[in-house]
Design a protein around this ligand. Structure first.
Ligand code: ATP
Length: 613
């Protein structure tokens, strides 16, 4: 159904300029919509998906426009070579600006983009070889296959071919290995890093990508207008592009077309109608836009496109059909890393210490974990278990001490380097991408098992690798019992299921060591039994597991070895039987309170330690 609508839409666009009855004004408007849509598409990726707000895209439009204007008029270049030159210059400028400004976070980043947008605007206006504020006129039209695209109706096709190609490439990109990483930029940076994703580089990538789209728009604009001057590349246009992305729907490629059409048509109507209504020629356009912006942010925070597409999916039942799709095709499995022999020393934590100011959260803890073992890290609330996890996974730097994994020191490595070595983890507070499907969330865990880059993904030539990643993700989901939820949005799962999903995601990374932070929290008794079975199976396959857990029944029945912490210090260690009988452990859990420590909980009512959640 959606395909049919798309084909009808493209055909209608294609036919429109051919009809003599189509007013010239429509063609001009559609050309401007197409030019704006290219820039807004970049903002969809950068701001809507990646969460990086830029007010400065108009400056990149200016680079594309001025490069071609100068090279085709002063140096007599072909517009096509000038396009390549513009793209190269934009690439270099965006790369440098991105590397500098993207380090900024919060409101400093938008402020940074405003600063360089203003700088480039004044640069265009002050350079004498660019004609200063008068700009450059007499730009030749683009020729394509011997045809001169002089007329608005001719360049129309070129503009819209670029728009649809860019939409196709952007959609492919979002629906791929790098795309999943990009979609984690806004709300899952730390999580994605712990699966080996270099988030800083993806920031720069989407920044450059969106700048290149803006450059193409500028190139087309210059050859359509046949003249350039600095004003369309100033900050007010940068703000307008951002406004289009917000109104259209920042996370969808169709939102770019919707936003640019709506704003440009509205702008035109306001310019025509408002003076008549209020009987003045003063420019109130920005005031109306400001009010509209507030209304959109208030009532349609995600933009208008998601509302329309959600409504469409519900009346056509497409949302349900998507959820009921079959599993991804069975393809060749991904290669697995070799596992150390049972009994090999996998993890060696030696006098690890973590201080937060005066608070010693982890006090010179030492323990070892061997291949094929499940070790439990237990202790009352605030004992320092999660902090110890974070020291092992590189989320927090150690104050002193060492952490060695298969002979390699971890304490100086960032979390993504630790992930590369074969350490997979789950989180105490579930960290998923709730609007992504369960399958995509797990496929993100397998990021390091494929080398597909942005170009391959955008050109859709990575299908074989992508199929292998998705197959692996589906395999792990079946393994943990979530095979019926592959296409469900992760945010729709119950909390317990989300925890299990995190385990599947960690398994998709093919780890040697699995760190599970409270995996059984929120699970029902039967689900806990299933989970224990899965973990037991993993152990028999040679996986080493370190788990933090409060459910004593679960821990005592599953683990080979326990390390007990209290107030940051290791107070006991040994097999579950030995630890259970240790008076220091009983004291730590009971803390002098008269509760019973029910280490052997009755079926269906798993025992918890007094004071332990
Ligand atoms: N980033 C931080 N800054 C300051 N103090 C912290 C930080 N992280 C943890 N702490 C403190 O360190 C101590 C240990 O916390 P941690 O979360 O490691 O305990 P835990 O054993 O995992 O507890 P729980 O079972 O409740 O999760 C607590 O007193 C906690 O308040």
């Amino acid at each position: 159904m959606n395909r049919i609508i798309l084909v009808v839409f493209i055909l209608a666009l294609g036919v429109l300029p051919q009809l003599a009855s189509t007013p010239e004004f429509w063609i001009t408007q559609l050309n401007y919509v197409g030019l704006a849509a290219l820039v807004v598409l970049g903002l969809v990726l950068l701001t809507g998906v990646g969460g990086l707000t830029s007010f400065g895209q108009a400056a990149f439009v200016g680079i594309g426009a001025y490069t071609t204007a100068y090279l085709t008029t002063a140096a007599g270049w072909s517009p096509w070579f000038a396009l390549v030159a513009g793209l190269l210059i934009t690439f270099a400028v965006a790369f440098v600006l991105g590397a500098i400004t993207l380090r900024l976070s919060g409101h400093y980043l938008p402020l940074g983009t405003i600063a360089w947008c203003l700088s480039l605007y004044y640069l265009f206006g002050n350079l004498s070889f660019l004609g200063q504020y008068d700009g450059i006129a007499g730009i030749q039209p683009i020729s394509f296959l011997g045809l001169s695209l002089l007329d608005g109706r001719d360049i129309f096709y070129l503009i819209w071919v670029f728009v649809f190609l860019s939409m196709w490439a952007t959609r492919n990109l979002l629906d791929s290995r790098p795309g999943r990483a990009i979609r984690a930029l806004k709300n899952g940076k730390g999580m994605a890093e712990s699966f080996g994703v270099n988030m800083a580089s993806y920031k720069v990538i989407i920044f450059v990508y969106s700048a290149l789209l803006a450059c193409v728009s500028g190139w087309l604009y210059a050859h359509m207008q046949r003249a350039v001057s600095p004003s369309p590349f100033g900050l007010n246009y940068g703000i307008e592009y951002l406004f289009m992305a917000v109104v259209g729907g920042g996370s969808s490629v169709w939102g770019a077309i919707m936003g640019s059409s709506l704003i440009l048509l509205l702008k035109d109507q306001i310019q025509n109608v408002l003076p008549k209504l209020i009987n003045t020629t003063a420019n109130f356009e920005l005031v109306v836009f400001g009010i509209l912006m507030i209304l959109v942010l208030q009532y349609a925070r995600d933009g208008i496109w998601p509302i329309i597409s959600g409504w469409w999916a519900s009346i056509t039942g497409q949302g349900e059909a998507k959820r009921r799709r079959g599993p991804p095709p069975v393809v060749e499995a991904l290669p697995q890393r070799s596992r150390p022999q049972a009994g090999t020393l996998v993890l060696d934590v030696e006098s690890a210490r973590k201080q937060f100011g005066g608070l010693v959260a982890v006090n010179d803890i030492s323990f070892k974990l061997k291949a094929g073992e499940i070790v439990g890290l237990i202790g009352p609330n605030g004992a320092g278990k999660s902090t110890t996890f974070n020291l092992i996974t590189g989320v927090l730097p150690v104050t002193s001490g060492t952490v060695t994994f298969l002979g390699q020191r971890l304490e100086k490595l960032p979390s993504r380097e630790i992930a590369k070595l074969g350490v997979g983890r789950t989180f105490q507070h579930v960290q998923l991408l709730p609007t992504m499907t369960v399958l995509e969330n797990v496929a993100l865990g397998a990021h390091l098992r494929s080398g597909v880059g942005v170009l391959q993904a955008a050109l859709h030539i990575e299908r074989k690798d992508e199929a292998r990643l998705l197959h692996e993700a589906a395999k792990q989901l079946h393994r943990v019992g979530l095979g019926d939820y592959l296409y469900e949005q992760a945010g729709n799962l119950a909390l317990g299921q989300q925890r299990i999903l995190e385990i599947a995601r960690a398994l998709a990374a093919d780890p040697v060591l699995l760190l599970l932070d409270e995996p059984a929290a929120g699970l029902r008794y039967k689900e806990k039994q299933e989970l224990a079975k899965v973990l037991g199976q993993l152990r028999s396959e040679g996986m080493s597991i370190l788990l933090v857990e409060h459910d004593m029944d679960f821990v005592m029945n599953l683990t080979d070895h326990l390390v007990v912490m209290d107030f940051g210090t290791k107070i006991a260690e040994g097999t579950p039987d030995v630890v259970q009988a240790n008076p220091a452990v009983l004291e730590a859990y009971l803390g002098g309170i008269d509760d019973d420590l029910e280490l052997e909980g009755a079926e269906g009512t798993p025992a918890t330690a007094g004071g332990v959640a």
